[in-house]
Design a protein around this ligand. Sequence first.
Ligand code: WTA
Length: 676
Amino acid sequence: MADKKIDSEVSEAQIAVHWKEEGYFKPSEKFKSQANVKDNSIFKRFSMENFPECYKEYADMLDWYEPYTKVLDSSNPPFFKWFTGGKLNASYNCIDRHLEKHRNKTAIHFVPEPEEEAIQHMTYQELYIKVNEFSALLRDFCGVKAGDTVTLHMPMIPEIAVAMLACARLGAIHSQVFSGFSGKACGERVADAKSKVLITADSYYRGGTLIDHKEKADIAYDEALKEGQKIEKILIFERYPGKYSAKTPLVEGRDYLVNDVIKKYYHAKVDPVALASEDSLFIMYTSGSTGKPKGAQHSIGGYLAYVTGTSKYVQDIHPEDVYWCMADIGWITGHSYIIYGPLALAASSVIYEGVPTHPDASRPWRVAEELDVNIFHTSPTAIRALRRIGPDEPTKYNYHFKHMTTVGEPIEPEVWRWYYNIVGKKEASVVDTWWQTETGGFLCSTLPGIHDMKPGSAGPGVPGIYPIIFDEEGNPLPAGSGKAGNICIQNPWPGRMLTIWGDDARFVRQYYQRYNKDPKSKDWHDWPYFAGDGAVEAADGYFRILGRIDDVINVAGHRLGTKELESAALMCQEVGEAAVVPVSDPIKGKIPHIFVSLKPGYTASTELQKKVTDTLAKEIGPFAKPGKVWIVSDMPKTRSGKIMRRILSAIANKQDVGDITTLANPQVVEEIINMP
Ligand code: WTA
């Protein structure tokens, strides 16, 4: 694409439409014969005429203390409530109810990153015991009760599941911050959520190094305090229980090793608290188009029903399956499709600590062989990396996937075919699932037993989801038009977040204002959900997602707000202005490049470039490091002083910059193009 002459005013969305339509692949007879969904009748059950009652089918997969009296309360759009009147507990649904049949079955296989360490297998009974004890600790030692928020900054160790489910048992709202986030970013999220308790770990392995994670808790504490929130207790799980492995000392009266304190709570049992369906299960912070991350606040009943239903029908999980999703639990994929969905269905779920390519590109295939994994779930970034380093490795291992998922970014048809042919050995059904932190669960995907697969396309709306594409003016594009526009969901669904934590107005503005024609309307039909992605619908009804239309960059499946990066760069005293643009990358999909201009009196240097990079890592996290820091004499600007990011993007992507004569300073463009 780089060598094509592209007008910089042509959006990414319009460019992508010129990809050709791919041919279909059929699910195997073997898969179909065992699938949870074998025929099209599901779409009849979930037809618009049966909406919203159709979602009973998902709610009825759960155990309720009190039955719900109403499926959907849509009296106050867009604040929809699901299964009202019902009472339940997520921890009970993911653990206790399985004990009778599955107590000795593995709930969690923990695969440490160092290959010389043994894989640990935790049964449902063991999970039950650990969650009860840790719930008792949270309740009696920390005073945590229903409705409180608890922030977690946990790496991929099995205790992350214990901590989440213990919060859920008490009705406390967990807010898990991805472990790759810096201490400062964690502290900001603690302050926003107003948590008094922070749960973390001393250390974890990543890329062969044992990382000191506890030091981030100290920074988080200071940052939260600065923002007016005092963390009363920091609970620290040890990577090796009994052997504290961080260099950072413990602070007396604030920091506690779980392994010590838990002894007082051995054998404790905590009754799961019966909570209202529309109470909150967790908050998950995500990037938006402003500098401040927003907390997507998810419900208990609607969310759990939705992830359970979609895990059963889209992931095709049966209790006897060994399911491995390689995402991090610190992101929504891990919440919905490592913890809540799979465990609600009594599957065995794999938690892998580290990097997929550590120590080499066949690690995932060795794990799959050893554990007999039969459902595999990962991102295009991981697939691209594994393909580049070890294109033939999967063929050397004796594992068989019946089902594979790709999630988080558009996947190139070439990469999809490698995934299907080589990783899946032409046996597995592949689903390309499109959804978001805000949506709780899948929105578009094929159903693995009934639809043909089409590389590069997510597929139709999943049962009960009715997508629609609008043009800029709010006119719906005809179904199957093949034209690009903004994808929306016409109807409410149970997995959608309740609101943005503490900011109802932003919730309405961001997701509904764009295509709502009457803000006073009490009819849900007037409230299409605006996803912020560009998409095309092909004649066969499959949706292809083209990427974000707002200021969010999808880096390796992680959402980064350009504003967040820019405001972090401005923390460098030398930086006067900053602009971030997405640049295509063969592995990560997109990477950010940052352009900065300096305040008077400062000069460009490689040290300063490094300082900007280090600042982004410190303020946000190492995963936010830019691909390149361009120190420019000035930004290309319109006459009204607006930075022309589109031009910067064209330069960084080595594309034609188009007409620049209307700029206030066209000469600067030439200067930047000629930079080394
Ligand atoms: C993008 C991750 C193409 C999209 C579950 C969305 C995708 C954002 C796909 C949400 C897919 C997610 N194909 N693009 N299958 N899945 N996206 O909140 O731009 O981390 O808006 O949720 O990822 O990212 P988030």
